[in-house]
Design a protein around this ligand. Sequence first.
Ligand SMILES: [Zn+2]
Length: 71
Amino acid sequence: MEDNIIERSFTDRPQDEQEALLTYTWCNYCMEVDLGMQNVKEYQSEDRVWLEGDCIKCNNKVITEIDETED
Ligand SMILES: [Zn+2]
């Protein structure tokens, strides 16, 4: 379990970036890409950032890691 997890504001991201992140998903339950997710929340720990949302198709939890190392 990771320490120091904080919730960030996903809606602070640009609109087009939000839409892309909500669209390009991988669902472990459906075993399909790009199903999309809803009710998304963004979290940050010391060394990574990720989104957690509900798969639009099956409603199970979808996690998308965000690579922010390039800025
Ligand atoms: Zn699913």
